[in-house]
Design a protein around this ligand. Structure first.
Ligand SMILES: [Zn+2]
Length: 61
């Protein structure tokens, strides 16, 4: 499985984590809903909730 490159730092890749709630939010089952950059200095991460994706970086949000 290939992971997408981080759009923020362009060094790390985004690794999916399952939140454990992936199948509890209705009609759009998703296996993974949190993606985190592997670059420790970057901390870019994406939350996916159903069909919506929320992009976040560092300690914002
Ligand atoms: Zn990054």
């Amino acid at each position: 499985m290939e992971f997408p490159k981080c759009p923020h730092c362009k060094n790390g890749v985004l690794i999916p984590f399952s939140s454990g709630k992936a199948f509890s939010e209705g009609t759009y089952p998703i296996t993974y809903d949190i993606w985190t950059c592997t670059n420790d200095e970057c901390q870019y991460h994406i939350y996916c909730r159903g069909t919506k994706a929320i992009y976040a970086k560092g300690e914002e949000e």
